[in-house]
Design a protein around this ligand. Sequence first.
Ligand SMILES: Cc1cc2nc3c(=O)[nH]c(=O)nc-3n(C[C@H](O)[C@H](O)[C@H](O)COP(=O)(O)O)c2cc1C
Length: 461
Amino acid sequence: MQPRGDPDIQEHETCPEAAMTQTIEPGNPEAPTQPEDTGTGSRPAAAIPGIIPAALKRRVPKYSDLAPLMQFKKPEFSRAARLRQASTIWDLRDMAKRRTPQAPFDYTDGAAEAEITLRRARQAFLDIEFRPGILRDVSRVDLGTQILGKPSRLPVGIAPTGFTRMMQSEGEYAGSQAAAAAGIPYTLSTMGTASIEDVAAAAPDGRNWFQLYLWTDRDRSLELIERAARAGNDTLMVTVDTAVAGARLRDVRNGMTIPPALTLKTVLDASYRPAWWFNFLTHEPLTFASLSRYTGTVADLINSMFDPTLTFEDLDWLRDTWKGKLVVKGIQTVEDARKVVDHGADGVVLSNHGGRQLDRAPIPFHLLPEVSAALKADNSDAAIILDTGIMSGADIIAALALGADFTLIGRAYLYGLMAGGRAGVDRAIEILEKDMLRTMALLGVSRISELTPDHVRLLKK
Ligand SMILES: Cc1cc2nc3c(=O)[nH]c(=O)nc-3n(C[C@H](O)[C@H](O)[C@H](O)COP(=O)(O)O)c2cc1C
């Protein structure tokens, strides 16, 4: 019941609209929604919790009150303005989906078979709890690190991705230039859609790595390796999780071909995504980092690239042949991590190819602590690089805390690329950088080297 005798309070009782104003903060469970009977008799309204003070009366707003609140801006329709709307990599994915025909979008976004691996990999990063330290000076957070003998401004680089100019025509040029501008490494895929030499020329100040699909035909492999060395690539990343192509069912359903064929379905799709088709048709046709032009299905092309006869002997040959840093990508067990390091690898990439090969494969983030412990026990200084499932800077920080030296992103940058070409890749990197800076500061950590497994607790299911 309301205390009697106070005119304001009586007004609330009779005027329902006024009574509504007593709710202090919607959604705040601690705020009383009904004025309580405080039993204070004629205490002034201002002193009674939940009662609006006498001085607060309704009135008609004046223009001078409204003017400072009015911040209408001229609407901007530029690419930059659109990209600024994206606050997360998931936002970039939404934009990418709207702007890219279904076949290339699904080729990027999809994974193998029932896509269980990809879902689990992303979930693994969510199933943790950070353990922050308080009262640390985090006024300056430095994300710089060393990877494979050289500095990187951020603890993340761009993973090799094939057919990149099919997702958006700036493709590899956008990726390598954005990486160079951000001071991070860029990896060109053997199945990239720009040549090794053109990428080197597009990002002359960048740190370029080359990803190799090794063939038992050594002359073919040697030719590529020599080109990569001549073009200034300091690291060769050999991918070993592709004895045969994974079953990418979305591609089968979409009838995905390289280059995309003009069928009734694609022409209809084009009417919704004119910018993509305009870009695609008005730029040079797709050429490959390592192949001459190709027309056919993705699965056939991939199968022609992958070699099911490879063994550790081929890795030994590669180690003898390549003079720069050598990392092996697609490590999925502790034993194999140890073994490739014994065979001379300078680093391992814990990866299941973004869930695009073996479905229900081990999750790199789960494997990480064991690999880190095993290589420490062997007194190895081989670099541990992790990819698959990274969608935020917090994911990267969690991986570093659990023992990764470095991380790679595939889809996270490709969503940016499809959302807005080079500027979209810049935006993706910027989003991840901001995430990482914020996460580090909130963890009470100002340098990457201060991150330890104590900063992360794996939640039990
Ligand atoms: C569209 C696409 C194409 C890819 N092409 C290659 C490739 O040519 N060579 C390779 O080693 N890995 C390739 N990958 C795997 C990536 O290098 C990386 O392992 C994976 O994308 C990491 O997972 P994430 O996309 O969740 O970041 C590709 C990945 C995607 C999404």
